[in-house]
Design a protein around this ligand. Sequence first.
Ligand SMILES: [Zn+2]
Ligand SMILES: [Zn+2]
Length: 281
Amino acid sequence: MSIIKQIFQILASLLTFTLSTNIHGQESSAHYMANEGLMVEHGDTKILFDPLFRNDYGQYMLLPEEMEEALFAGAAPYDGIDAVFVSHHHGDHFSPADMVRLLREQPDIKLYAPNQAVIAMRSESSNNDAAIYERVTAVSLEYKDSPVTLNMEGLLIEAVRIPHSGWPTGRLDIENIVWRVTLNDDTTVLHMGDADPNDVHFAQDAEHWNRNNPHMAFPPYWFFSSTSGRNILNNRIKAKRNVGVHVPVSISADPLLRPVELRGFDLFTLPGETRTIPAKD
Ligand SMILES: [Zn+2]
Ligand SMILES: [Zn+2]
């Protein structure tokens, strides 16, 4: 065998080794449930946002029954969930009794939620539930408080309170949390709850938004249909890709059948649909 051929063989095996052992080569994906409920996964790490709720207010989507059963049972694709994040205590995002049930039935899940939501869970709990609260982190943030950072194995968690849509006149008491979560130092996602699309809330923490830009953000669809919402996504959040959530059932899965202002954007509309999250540069 010639020297040159040997060198080629060595280079080829080194390249194969590098590709197969690059842990950051694992794909990340987002899996839609309903309304603002979704799962993000990278390698063995899986997190959920706003997965359990009971109220569609006559216009939003509820989880299909089989999906909800799989979630409580810890069956695929909801096996091995590491953490659940709740945006706020509203019936189309969060059901206190169901969250208590999930933590009872799935003893490895940790929960991160605004204090208001955790207080509501406590009134649905019995004396036997004390142990589940060891896995619950209640985030207590006022409007204009600095962002907080939390850590658990495989997750970097950053939380900011952004007012609920309706600000400055309505729903001011609702603790709406925007969660930015990085999985395995690799994939960063942003879930916004029912954030109000006014730049004044985001200008407040300009430096926070300017770093750790998400690979994928999940804004409520009204960020796409307002100029200020689009500016916040483009100039503050700067995600590689946005997928809109909280889409009313009256809005079609087919972009051509949507209101003009929503045709050019990617929306989650069908339970179980997925997106590949673009990799880091
Ligand atoms: Zn809400
Ligand atoms: Zn909502």
